[in-house]
Design a protein around this ligand. Structure first.
Ligand SMILES: Cc1cc2nc3c(=O)[nH]c(=O)nc-3n(C[C@H](O)[C@H](O)[C@H](O)COP(=O)(O)OP(=O)(O)OC[C@H]3O[C@@H](n4cnc5c(N)ncnc54)[C@H](O)[C@@H]3O)c2cc1C
Length: 403
């Protein structure tokens, strides 16, 4: 496989870069430095900007509003989005439920939900994990009992990212308690404004609200919100988790973060010299970059591999493990480069919208530093979400090493 950039790909990169330069509002690009925890109002504006060009979800099938770009072009697009500091969009909608709707939903569901997602009018949460079902997801107990043309949903989900700003949640629910665990699960789309739904906040270590508990108390959900067949939800969820693990390699993010790390190391003085000139620190940056480059090539190999290749699931786990570690390492180094400032949550003068207001922290003059310590704190979770790394290692042991 030859991944050397060719003139057509470079022309494509310039096209994406020029579009973003011309259209991304400056205030939104500044907010994009925060990396995650984007404000809904910013995402709505960005999605409309992208949708006007047909670029909201390039990886979806073309007939559903995606593109026919090559895997390499889709990757370049993501790199340019990060480089321009487009805020992290509603990945739950674009990367998780969107592809499931494209592949498994009926025409009415596609026509209803896909245009709203593409235009940034409908935000989503992912209702898989429960207090006693995380890695062992098939043990989930949130139930959906059929009553006429509705399901009655009862139970609790946890760690529902961004549910506090979402309109809908896609949930795995048990529709056949008598069947084997994986066989009795269905994939349901639930309006979060339905009576009986309650979303409660969980504040994370970086003092920002993105995590939630979601409770369902006799929530009536129309049967027309079932995706695919009843009791077949596990099949759709497995496909979705594969999308999640490939994208969780996070290469475009990490590459952007390396640029920021180098900036912080070059501008931070230690005993009269930039930190970047200290051999031990320079060595750590170089080691990180080598690992990032190796992972990038692995991601490109997977993106070019044939769909349906059974070994892909295990390889996606390799990417998830390595990517989540580097995602955390790069932000740790950035926080380290900031010295004492790297240990504190730094208030952001322009937000974020959902940050605890009473914070008291030392001032930082370099705008590049804003958000870096929070990232280092929050990204410890990267080895957990999308499937804990220990569990991914089990999949690798079985699927790649044949143990
Ligand atoms: C920041 C963040 C955002 C999240 N967002 C969402 C979301 O939007 N929606 C959603 O549904 N979920 C979300 N999650 C939940 C996430 O998917 C789960 O936390 C994850 O699957 C692990 O489940 P658990 O927390 O129940 O831990 P457990 O499964 O209880 O695991 C606890 C520990 O035991 C280890 N372990 C468990 N089983 C095995 C095994 N078989 N072999 C070896 N070790 C094992 C795990 O690796 C872990 O270290 C999020 C989590 C985080 C941290």
């Amino acid at each position: 496989m030859d991944f050397t950039p060719n003139p057509a790909d470079e022309a494509f990169r310039q096209e994406v870069r020029s579009f973003l330069q011309a259209n991304l509002p400056a205030d939104i690009a500044r907010h994009g430095k925060r990396d995650s925890h984007s404000a809904r109002a910013d995402i709505e504006r960005v999605m409309k900007m992208l949708n006007s060009r047909g670029w909201s979800a390039p990886h979806w099938p073309k007939e559903n509003g995606g593109t026919d770009w090559s895997p390499r072009q889709k990757f370049i697009y993501l790199e340019e989005m990060r480089r321009a500091r487009v805020p992290v969009l509603d990945r739950t909608a674009i990367d998780l439920v969107g592809p499931v709707i494209c592949h498994f939903a009926n025409d009415a569901q596609k026509q209803h939900f896909l245009p709203q997602i593409l235009n940034g009018d409908c935000f989503w949460g992912q209702g898989f994990s429960e207090p006693n079902s995380g890695s062992d997801l098939a043990s989930l107990t949130t139930s959906a009992r059929r009553e006429g043309d509705h399901y009655i949903v009862n139970g609790q989900k946890i760690w529902t990212s961004e549910a506090q700003r979402a309109d809908w949640i896609f949930a795995l629910v048990r529709t056949d308690p008598a069947a084997k665990p994986q066989r009795g699960i269905s994939f349901l789309l639930i309006d979060l404004r339905s009576p009986g739904v309650e979303v409660r906040p969980i504040w994370s270590i970086d003092e920002v609200l993105t995590l939630n508990e979601t409770f369902f108390d006799n929530v009536k959900v129309p049967v027309e919100n079932l995706v695919g067949e009843e009791n077949m939800g596990w099949t759709y969820a497995k496909k979705l988790l594969q999308f999640e693990r490939t994208s969780s390699a996070e290469i475009p993010h990490i590459k952007r973060d390396v640029i920021q790390l180098k900036h912080l190391a070059a501008t931070t003085m230690r005993r009269g010299r930039p930190l970047a000139e200290y051999p031990p620190f320079a060595k750590r940056i170089a080691e990180l970059e080598i690992k990032v480059m190796a992972l990038e090539w692995s991601v490109l190999r997977v993106l070019h591999a044939e769909e349906g290749d059974p070994s892909l699931n295990a390889v996606a786990s390799v990417l998830k493990v390595r990517g989540s570690e580097l995602f955390s390492d790069v932000s740790d180094l950035a926080a380290m480069a900031m010295g004492a400032h790297g240990t504190a949550v730094i208030p952001d003068t322009e937000g974020p919208h959902n940050m605890r207001p009473e914070l008291d922290a030392p001032p930082v003059t370099d705008p590049e530093a804003v958000g870096a310590p929070q990232r280092a704190m929050f990204r410890k979770a990267a080895t957990i979400y999308g499937g804990a790394n220990e569990v991914q290692r089990n999949i690798i042991a079985k699927g790649v090493l044949g143990l």
